[in-house]
Design a protein around this ligand. Structure first.
Ligand code: PMV
Length: 330
């Protein structure tokens, strides 16, 4: 089955006739506490392992969708019209091909309140917003699970951006991934905070898509990754169920460092960290030695996301005044 056949199965007879002239939606971004790294099927973004994230409800993408009067898609990102040859437009237009009524083009205006390509999961919120927009545009009323399945076809991590809260993406066993989507965990943790420590907002050297595939293909350490994730998923689910912050922090930090170790062992090597990333890690470890419960996670970029509880906010803020703090459950 290819993407189009999967879409047809999910739509089960729903039409591609626009029901609205224009729609606007928002989808949040998410930060993985146990990472998705490596695919068992790259066309369908089917992962080798489970993963688990927490949603950043105030960071994300707003998308407006209507039909274009021109005979090509018109894509506007953060108020500037994108040339159709940019990577961003090519990716979005080819995803929109799945949902395109015959001989029509889309007008898409999309705004993200997070820097793109900086390892802050902007593609997750972007594809989740796109799927929510088409659902509304055609009035399909798909369930969250169906939206998650569709979002995954755009970008794997997007399948977790359909819910607010802790979301598990089960790898699934089905050959075409009909069971590979997000699930919302019922637990909430209002005291949990994420602090975004920007090291660089520059476009990263290698996309997470390519980095993941290269690691999968060439890194000898990748063989250990599914085992690491299996253990980390158990610990993370327990940490969330029992509100054990130390277990959550330890598991998230170790999982992120293990993911980056698999990349460093790829050839050519993939290293997202900058000197400042390592300096900040040292400072976080120093704070921990001083008794402050703070941990970090790092995605496919140089930036760090700090994990801590509300009670430590002032201490951590005084050490990292430039940090942007996100509440996760309000
Ligand atoms: O969904 P992608 O292709 O943007 O990959 C996301 C990869 C990580 O952010 C590094 C991990 C994750 O689970 O979000």
């Amino acid at each position: 089955m290819n993407k189009q056949q999967i879409l047809n199965e999910i739509l089960s007879g729903r039409s591609l006739i626009p029901a609205e002239e224009s729609v606007q939606v928002f989808a949040p971004s998410n930060i993985a506490l146990v990472k998705y790294w490596g695919k068992r099927n790259s066309e369908l973004n089917l992962p080798e392992t489970d993963s688990l994230s927490v949603t950043l409800p105030h960071c994300g993408t707003t998308t407006r969708l209507s039909l274009s009067a021109e005979n090509q898609d018109k894509i506007i990102f953060n108020h500037s019209a994108m040339d159709k040859s940019t990577e961003f437009s090519v990716k979005l237009s080819s995803f929109l091909d799945l949902f395109r009524p015959k001989n029509t083009f889309f007008h898409v205006e999309t705004e993200s309140n997070i820097p793109i390509d900086a390892g802050l999961a902007s593609s997750a919120s972007g594809f989740a917003a796109c799927v929510r927009a088409v659902d509304k545009f055609f009035k399909w009323n798909l369930s969250n699970i169906e939206l998650s399945l569709l979002a995954r076809l755009g970008s794997g991590s997007a399948c977790r951006s359909i819910w607010d809260g802790f979301v598990i993406w089960r790898r699934g066993e089905h050959e075409y991934g009909m069971d590979s989507h997000g699930y919302l965990m019922q637990e909430r943790w209002p005291e949990l905070r994420i602090g975004l420590l920007m090291v660089s907002a520059a476009k990263k050297q290698i996309s997470s898509r390519n980095a993941m595939n290269d690691t999968h293909a060439t890194s000898i350490l990748y063989h250990a990754w599914p085992e690491q994730v299996k253990q980390d998923m158990q610990h993370m689910e327990k940490a969330i169920r029992e509100k054990d912050f130390i277990l959550l922090g330890k598991t998230a930090e170790n999982n992120a460092l293990a993911m980056h170790a698999t990349m460093a062992a790829a050839w050519p090597p993939i290293v997202y960290s900058h000197p400042l990333t390592l300096e900040l890690m040292q400072q976080i470890w120093q704070l921990r030695n001083e008794g402050v419960a703070v941990y970090f996670t790092q995605d496919a970029g140089a930036n760090l996301k700090l994990l801590f509880l509300q009670e430590s906010t002032d201490t951590i803020k005084s050490r990292f005044p430039e940090m942007r703090i996100e509440k996760l459950f309000d």
